[in-house]
Design a protein. Sequence first.
Length: 190
Amino acid sequence: MTKEISNQIAIWSLGKDYTYDSDEFQIISYGIELILETIYKLIVLFVLGGMCGILPETIAFLIGFSGLRANAGGLHMKTSLGCMFAVISCWLLSLLGMYVHIGSPLYIGLFALTFVIVAHRAPVSTSNNPIKDYRIRKQKKVKATIYVVVITVIAHIFVSEVLTKVLIIAMAIEALTLIPKEKGGEMYGA
């Protein structure tokens, strides 16, 4: 369904001079499709978070998980539905962390684990998002590692204990998506 909608938006924005087969049309249509799917996933998470009375925690999850993912990348599912289930699963795992007592040693351990994984593995290149330019790879790695440090510091200084847990766990889960088995330099499931 999103494919048809994105094609119609691409036709509207490019005009009728472009054919479905043109590279420019395909690129624009694919970009619009990704935006629509992202909006759909955000709406689903916000509705679930609102229905469960955990909207601030849902926002904290998105800041931790999606904020890091923007520069670190990670494992991708083959279908939009698979991606939606994976995101909901990561969201639920992060929220379950609210109910676990996390002392300082565990916080430090989660931060260290996340930092080390991100520093060594980010950014992950996939078939849909190959990152071959060394400068871009280096820039994304630096941004991802800085993001982990800054969000962790902000969470411990300015955020409630519950939201801090969600943020830290969400970043740790995202970091774990950077270490799946590889095949020929590409990630499985990409």
